[in-house]
Design a protein around this ligand. Sequence first.
Ligand code: SAM
Length: 273
Amino acid sequence: MRVDIISIFPEYFAPLDVSLMGKARERGLLDVHVHQLRDWAHDVHRTVDDTPYGGGPGMVMKPEVWGDAIDAVVARGRASAGEGLPRMVVPTPSGRPFTQEVALEYAAEPWLLFAPARYEGIDSRVVAEYGTPLRADEVSIGDYVLAGGEAAVLVIVEAVGRLLPGVLGNARSVADDSFAPGAMANLLEGPVYTKPPVWRGHEVPQILLSGHHGRIARWRRDEALRRTLGKRPELVGRIGEESLDKDDRRVIEEFEERRSAASFRAGPEDMAD
Ligand code: SAM
C-alpha cells in the first residue's frame, strides 16, 4: 500500500519508522511518503492559514495551498505508481467514527492520501472539491479534540497497516482481535496470560493449562462476552440472534441475573440516602 501524508509537521511521523510499521516499510509492504504542506504556500512567510469568514476565534487552513499540494502529490504518485487515484482521508472530530470496519475498508485500498489539519481545520471547500474524484472521507478517531490531525493519522496508519497481508507474523491474531469480523464481530477480546502459572499469588485460569482446545475456545468466547457485557453492553446488542449459540445465551442470562441481583441489593441503600 502507498501512503501519502501532507502536513505542516512532517517530523511528527517518525514513529512510522519503528516496530511493526518500520518493518512493513523495510519490507516494501507499506510505502510512506510525507510532504511539507508549506512547500505549496504562495508567500515568503509560507503561510497556510487565514482568519475565518464570519469571525470567531482561531484560524482556518487555506484552500489554495491544500489544493495545490494535493494536486501535486497525486500527480507525483501517479507518475511513480501508475494509473489510479488515492482514497483521501481527512481526520476531523466531526467525521464518521474510525472503527475496525473502516480500517478493513482502507486496508483494501492500494493508495491512501492523508490531509491532517491544524488550527480550526481546512476550508470546507477542499473536501467538497476532492469528495468525488478522491472519495474524500472525513473520519474521527474519537469524541475528543486533538491539537492536530497528525496523531489521528498515526492511529489510522497503524490500524490499517497491521491488516495488510504479510505485515503480522501470524495472520490468526487479526482474526482473534477485538472487533474482528466473523466470530469476534462486536466482541472485545477476553483476558490473556503467559508464564509463570502463578504470579504474586494470581493464578492463570486452570482451563488454559488443560490442553483441551475445544474447552479453551469456549472459555475464551465466554470471557469475551462477559467483558463486552461489562464494558461495552451496546456492542452485544448489535450481535445478531443467529450468531449466538446456546452457551452464549447462557452467559448473557447469567450476566443479566447477576446485574439485576446487584441493583436489587443496591436499591434499598440508595433509597435510604
Ligand atoms: N474546531 C474543530 C472542531 O471542533 O471540530 C477542531 C479542530 S482541531 C483543534 C485541529 C485538527 O485536529 C482537526 O482539524 C483535525 O485534523 C484534528 N483532530 C482533532 N481531533 C480529532 C479527532 N477526534 N479525530 C480526528 N482528527 C482530529
